[in-house]
Design a protein around this ligand. Sequence first.
Ligand code: AMP
Length: 200
Amino acid sequence: MELPRCELVSWEMVERWSDRLEELIRGADRIPGVLVGLTRGGWVPSRMLADRLGVKKLYALRAQHWGITATPDGKAELTESLHAPLQGEKVLVVDDITDTGESLALAEEHVSSLRPGRLESATFLHLTHSKFRPTYVGEEVPRERWAWFVFPWNYWEDLRVLSRQAAGSPADVSAVRETLRERCHLDVPLEDVRRALQGA
Ligand code: AMP
């Protein structure tokens, strides 16, 4: 499998996108009453928005699409349905990124069947080729800048998968680190690669 070009996401970037989304939502005077975070990617972003917007009702909806790092796992699907009293509520569905946009489109369809009073969506990142555009976007990413974004909440999982793919047999930790740097544009400490390979 070809190793993907990656972009390492820092907590500072996460804070910046959260601030931007807060600004957009407050600016539009559209503070939601309920947040629905798509898990697992939208779990942390939705919690950060709940904090910033002072929203107490936060639910998780589990979606599955990209099973393994940078590998779409067939069609997007919602693995469970949401059991939450959303009728008449102002709902904001949150995810980390829209790439194909299938997960968020599916989530919105499901949430709208629960008859909210208003339904909007927000993501930190939006790939402009995505078939679904969220109402609020922290940052737009054009197709040419496509990368696998290594979010802080997925760091070890991504590193385990990528290190395993980059490893020869037997795995030489320095060589794996170099491959990650050259082919994935991922510059990580040697110790992290060692740890990732141990857990792989
Ligand atoms: P999608 O249905 O293609 O819009 O993406 C569904 C989920 O897969 C996103 O919420 C992310 O958690 C993950 N994902 C998809 N593309 C990327 C990417 N380029 N970088 C990091 N995570 C991604």
